[in-house]
Ligand binder design. Structure first.
Ligand code: DGY
Length: 337
C-alpha cells in the first residue's frame, strides 16, 4: 500500500437520529450508516449491524444483551454508546468477546442537575398544576387569592442525595444555593474539601438518611446492586411530608411500592423523569399526576441541543481514538460502575 493511499474508514452503524451536526461529522469521518427517520431499530436490524459494522453506536433505547452480542461478527470491535448510562449493554459479555464499550460521561451533568432542580421545585410548588390551569381553563381562573395554590417552601429543608457522583454533586451545589441542607449517601465518602464546601452530612446508612430528610433525590447508576434500592421497606422509612425525585433510572425505585405510598399519603409527592418500563408509563402514576401528587417527565432531563452535540463529539472522539490504536477516553470496564 502506498503511503498516500487513503485509510479505510471504519463502518459505523448509528441506531437513532442524532443532531445534524453530529451526523454530518460522522459521515465526514466514518463510513456511517445513519437513521434519518429515527425509527427504532429492531433486533434483526441490530444483528445485521453487529455482523457487518466495525462500530455500533446504540443509545439507551437499544437492548444490547448477552444473546445479541453473541451474534456479533469478528469485525465488530467497538460499541460506542450515545449515552451516559450503560445499563442497556451487557458490558461483561462484550468484554468476553473482546469488544470495547464506551459511553459519554460528564457532558450531561449540568443539564441533568438543572432539570433535577426543576423537579425538586415543581413538586412542592405545584408548578405543573398551576401551569395546567392557565393552559386548559383560562376562563375559570378567578385571580389571585391568599390561600389558593399554596405549596411548600423548599428553602430551609433537607435534601438527601443518593449517589454523590458527578450529577449528585452538581445537584448538591444547586440545592445549597436554594437554601437546602445537603445530606448524602454514597458507597464512599466524598473528599473533605467538597464536603466542607457543600456543608454536606454523610450517611453511611441509607435507611437513616431516608428517615430524616424532606427531599430524596436519586443519582446512582442502575446496576444489579441498585435494582429497587429504594424498596417498599425503604419508602416506608420516609417522612409523610417528604418527596422523592428520580432522574437516574426507573428500576432503582420499586415503582409499584412508590405508587402505593403516594396513594396512601405515606409520602407527599414524586418528581419522575425515568420509569421502570419505559416508554410505558403506569396509568396509576398518570392518575397521581392528575391529582397533583406527581410530576412526570418523559426522560428529558439531559435533553438540550448543546448536550446532544457534546455527546456526539464524545462518541466521535472515542471512535477515532480507538481506531488510532489508543485507549478511548470513555472506556467502560466491566463491573466498574
Ligand atoms: C443517559 O445518557 O444515560 C441519560 O439517561 C440520557 O438522559
Amino acid at each position: 500500500m502506498s503511503s498516500t493511499s487513503a485509510k479505510k474508514k471504519p463502518k459505523v452503524y448509528i441506531t437513532r437520529k442524532l443532531p445534524d451536526l453530529v451526523e454530518t461529522r460522522m459521515r465526514e469521518l466514518f463510513d456511517a450508516e445513519l437513521n434519518i427517520d429515527d425509527v427504532p431499530r429492531t433486533r434483526e436490524d441490530l444483528i445485521r449491524a453487529l455482523q457487518t459494522a466495525d462500530v455500533l453506536v446504540p443509545t439507551l433505547t437499544d437492548r444490547i444483551d448477552d444473546s445479541l452480542i453473541a451474534e456479533a461478527g469478528p469485525q465488530l470491535k467497538l460499541i460506542a454508546s450515545f449515552s451516559n448510562g450503560v445499563d442497556h449493554i451487557d458490558v461483561e459479555a462484550a468484554a468476553r468477546r473482546g469488544i470495547t464499550v464506551t459511553n459519554t460521561p460528564n457532558v450531561l451533568t449540568d443539564d441533568t442537575a438543572d432539570m433535577t432542580m426543576a423537579l425538586i421545585l415543581a413538586v412542592p410548588r405545584r408548578l405543573t398544576e398551576g401551569a395546567a390551569i392557565l393552559a386548559d381553563k383560562r376562563a375559570e381562573w378567578a385571580g389571585w387569592s391568599p390561600t389558593w395554590m399554596l405549596g411548600r417552601r423548599i428553602s430551609g429543608k433537607r435534601i438527601g442525595i443518593v449517589g454523590m457522583g458527578r450529577i449528585g454533586t452538581a445537584v448538591a451545589r444547586r440545592a445549597k444555593a436554594f437554601g437546602l441542607s445537603i445530606h448524602y449517601h454514597n458507597r464512599n465518602r466524598v473528599d473533605h474539601h467538597t464536603e466542607e464546601q457543600l456543608e454536606a452530612t454523610y450517611w453511611d446508612s441509607l435507611d437513616q438518611m431516608l428517615a430524616r430528610v424532606d427531599i430524596v433525590s436519586i443519582h446512582c447508576p442502575s446496576t444489579p446492586a441498585t435494582y429497587h434500592l429504594i424498596s417498599a421497606r425503604r419508602l416506608e422509612l420516609m417522612r409523610p411530608t417528604s418527596t422523592i425525585i428520580n432522574t437516574a433510572r426507573g428500576d432503582i425505585v420499586d415503582e409499584a411500592a412508590l405508587i402505593k405510598c403516594l396513594r396512601e399519603g405515606r409520602i407527599a409527592g414524586a418528581g419522575l423523569d425515568v420509569f421502570q418500563n419505559e416508554p410505558a408509563i403506569n396509568p396509576k402514576l398518570v392518575k397521581l399526576a392528575e391529582q397533583g401528587k406527581a410530576v412526570l417527565l418523559p426522560h428529558m432531563s439531559s435533553a438540550t441541543l448543546e448536550g446532544r452535540i457534546d455527546m456526539g463529539d464524545k462518541v466521535v472522539i472515542n471512535i477515532r481514538t480507538f481506531f488510532d490504536g489508543h485507549r478511548p477516553p470513555d472506556r467502560v470496564l466491566p463491573g466498574r460502575l
